[in-house]
Design a protein around this ligand. Structure first.
Ligand code: F6P
Length: 772
């Protein structure tokens, strides 16, 4: 391994070393060239200045032919800083005065000086000449000769020639060359060493670790990811590799799980089984889903000027996403993220999940006014409190009703557009936002199989009768071939409402409604979660105690026992009742003060609606009031986290908590209860669950409570805190078995299987006249 690492690093670094060496050499050559040029220019300039200054002194002395004064001048300037000597020649080229020691070859005017004299201008030249004095040893060297014509009375009178010894220039240049080569060599060595270390540290070593990791994965041993290399490219590579590894792990886990199940003869639904089953049931046709809430919101983030992806806190999203990932298809939903348009294509499509695109999200755009009337108004101020009976009065405004009808039409049109080109398409509509849509779709596409799943409770007929448009809503729903509720009692309530609201034949024996010859089946399908074994993208190496310590540390609190609640801040969730139960528990059992802390993750929800805005304030005030009563030092009984948390963040709390409190005043199902159970691979922790949540029908091993009864809540918390580990394990095993077997794939499989088995063209046509 080490040898491979070294060779790979060298292969990357070698071209770099050669390049650095070549560049350094070229640079050294350039430096030498410049040095030589500068020194020569400098010498030429000095020679010129000196010649010109001598010219003025020498010219008046020329009238007297060779004389002492001239000889004195040339003697005085001989042998000065590189100046070898001076010679004065007459017009014929014979020396009139010359510094002793100048070579014999310049006793007569040298050819270069003659050239200057002929042109009557100053002339300089570097030449190699014998520098030996008359009678001395000949030794050629570089000389600089500068010749300046002399005049008398406007006529040429001779030539003044300065001889400089230029050999020092070459010496200097050699020195510079040597220094430059040395610097280049040191530079090359240092850069190479640095490059070697950096490439190895930042590139080859992380790649080698990743390769090792991949190899470990391939051979089937789970392994912690390698230390994450830094940098954008590595981030992307790491992300891709992580996804690949997760996919590999998931595929392996699924295969193992299926083999195990085959072996134990237990029939459990998995993503793969659903995919295979639907492929034959849907005959390769895509699945269409419509819901108000979209699974991925793209939101402009002011924090770092980027686009953030948010998975909303929504039961619909938790349940439907794994089904779509398993089967592909198109999910039509309201585009409510501020950056959604930017990430949708010309057809308002985006392939999601963003990190592993598996299906198409088609967005429908609504104006603020439409959203206010249809979603905030009719759906959430009217139908939501009507169906939940949580003592918030429903509000039904005619103008909201108009928007509700129009929005149903808008979404139905989008669904029909997406269905174009698909024969006998399958549509799974979601929730109370779309009661009118099934009939709208069915009228345009009688060949479509349409199901709607109602995620919230259906109240009894008297209560539903409050709604001024109950007949229209029921009639719209009866456009569907199949209507699903979480539990049987909601189905019963619905059939009773049908009986009262519209003209139809209600067939109680087979739970169907025949209206004008069209039959609608009504069935319970308890919704669930994916229950992925080893499927959490969190650090699973910590046990519950370590995770609790880590979370307490992050929150800056003390407390050895942790309770958790996870909800949208909604008045149906019983959050205030829960807090009062905790308060009562601490009053009754003061020994738990300073020990028990309850973390409430509260995702703010529907805050444009006054009731929700005020409810958020009420919840905060209640937490503060209780904290003020008990708080001491770094301990406080309630930590309220009023912000959206990702699945991974929530999962940490689930795994760290001694108890999870679900105290809904009324809830269709409540998937938090099931998520908590699915997260507890350690088979520890206690679920405290409201009997008014649909989940209570499936999880009798939870501690079931009436959330309005503070005493019961307090007692349940005490029991949970004191429950022996064996009892926790026994209850948790039962609940996990239940959630594993009744997972969301089973939910989807049963619902879609029932839907696909409906024979559209063979429905009984028992005409029942419609009421006007
Ligand atoms: O329970 C009904 C429901 O649609 C859930 O599916 C979901 O948890 C919740 O309401 C989401 O509400 P909203 O989409 O209004 O945020």
């Amino acid at each position: 391994m080490r040898g491979v690492l070294m060779r790979t690093t060298l292969k990357i670094v070698l071209p770099l070393i050669i390049s650095v060496a070549v560049v350094s050499m070229l640079f050294a050559a350039y430096q030498v060239r410049m040095e030589r040029r500068n020194l020569r220019n400098d010498l030429s300039r000095r020679a010129e200045i000196l010649a010109e200054s001598l010219q003025e002194t020498v010219e008046p002395l020329l009238d007297h032919g060779p004389n002492k004064n001239l000889q004195r001048i040339v003697a005085r300037f001989g042998q000065r800083e590189h100046l070898k000597g001076v010679a004065i020649y007459d017009i014929s080229g014979a020396a009139i005065a010359i510094t002793t020691g100048l070579p014999a070859s310049v006793q007569t005017r040298p050819a270069a000086a003659t050239r200057g004299a002929q042109r009557d201008e100053a002339y300089g030249e570097f030449l190699t000449m014998d520098s030996a004095a008359p009678g001395g040893q000949a030794s050629p060297g570089l000389m600089h000769l500068f010749a300046l014509p002399l005049h008398r009375n406007g006529l040429s009178a001779g030539t003044l020639v300065l001889f400089h010894d230029a050999s020092y220039i070459e010496t200097q240049v050699q020195r510079t060359l040597r220094d430059a080569l040395l610097t280049a060599t040191i530079q090359t060595l240092l850069v190479s060493l640095l490059a070697f270390v950096l490439v190895r540290w930042m590139f080859t070593a992380p790649l080698a670790r990743t390769a090792k990791w991949l190899r470990t994965l391939r051979t089937g041993q789970p392994h912690a990811p390698p230390m994450k290399p830094q940098g954008e490219i590595f981030d992307q590579l790491h992300q891709e590799v992580t996804h690949l590894a997760h996919d590999l792990n998931a595929a392996r886990a699924t295969a193992e799980e299926e083999a195990r199940l085959r072996d134990s003869n237990v029939s459990i639904w998995t993503a793969e089984r659903l995919r295979v089953s639907l492929r034959s049931k849907l005959q390769e046709k895509p699945l269409f889903v419509v819901s108000n809430r979209e699974p991925y919101l793209n939101v402009y983030s002011e924090k770092n000027n980027s686009i953030e992806i948010i998975v909303p806190a929504s039961g619909v999203v938790t349940a439907i996403e794994p089904v779509l990932v398993a089967c592909d298809g198109t999910w039509i939903a309201h585009g409510s993220g501020s950056a959604d348009r930017e990430l949708s294509d010309a057809y308002d499509h985006q392939r999601v999940p963003p990190e592993r695109p598996s299906y198409t999200l088609r967005r429908v755009w609504l104006s603020n006014e439409e959203e206010k009337g249809y979603y905030q108004g009719f759906a959430n101020e009217g139908l939501w409190p009507l169906c939940h009976i949580a003592h918030t009065r429903p509000v039904f405004r005619p103008e909201d009703w108009v928007h509700y009808q129009r929005a149903n039409r808008r979404f139905a049109d989008a669904v029909l557009e997406e269905m174009q080109g698909t024969d006998s398409p399958i549509l799974l509509a979601q929730d109370y936002h779309f009661a009118l849509l099934p009939r709208m779709v069915k009228e345009a596409r009688p060949d479509a199989r349409v199901a709607i799943f109602w995620h919230i409770p259906w109240p009894n007929a008297e209560v539903f009768g409050i709604c001024p448009w109950q007949r229209e809503l029921v009639d719209g729903l009866l456009g569907a071939d199949l209507i699903g509720f979480h539990i049987q009692s909601h189905c019963n309530n619905f059939l009773e409402t049908v009986d009262r609201a519209v003209e139809a034949l209600t067939e109680w024996d087979r739970f169907a409604v025949n209206r004008q010859g069209h039959v609608t089946r009504v069935r319970p399908y308890p919704i669930s979660v994916a229950f992925a074994e080893n499927g959490h993208a969190v650090d699973e190496s910590r046990n519950a105690g370590e995770e609790r310590a880590a979370l307490s540390n992050e929150l800056g609190i003390e407390g050895s026992l942790l309770g958790v609640g996870v909800d949208r801040v909604d008045y149906t969730k019983g959050i205030i009742e829960r807090f009062r139960g905790i308060e009562h528990f601490l009053d009754l059992y003061p020994a738990y003060q300073h020990r028990f802390t309850f973390v409430q993750i509260g995702a703010p929800s529907r805050t444009d609606i006054d009731r929700y805005k005020h409810f958020l304030e009420e919840v905060s005030a209640e937490a503060e009031r209780i904290n003020a009563r008990f708080q001491a030092g770094r301990w406080k009984p309630i930590v309220l986290l009023k912000k959206h948390h990702s699945h991974e963040e929530i999962s940490r709390y689930y795994r760290a908590a001694s108890a999870c409190l679900v105290t809904s005043l009324h809830d269709g199902m409540n998937l938090v209860a099931k998520e908590f159970v699915a997260a507890r691979e350690d088979e520890r922790g206690v679920l405290i669950l409201s009997t008014f949540a649909g989940a209570a029908h499936e999880l009798p091993d939870a501690l079931l409570i009436n959330p309005y009864d503070v005493q019961q809540v307090a007692e349940a918390i005490r029991r949970a805190m004191e429950m022996p580990e064996e009892e926790q394990a026994r209850r948790m095993q039962q609940m996990r078995k239940n959630v594993r077997e009744h997972n969301v794939y089973r939910w989807a499989a049963h619902l879609l299987s029932d839907l696909t088995e409906i024979r559209i063209d063979a429905q009984e046509r028992i005409e029942v006249p419609l009421l006007p």
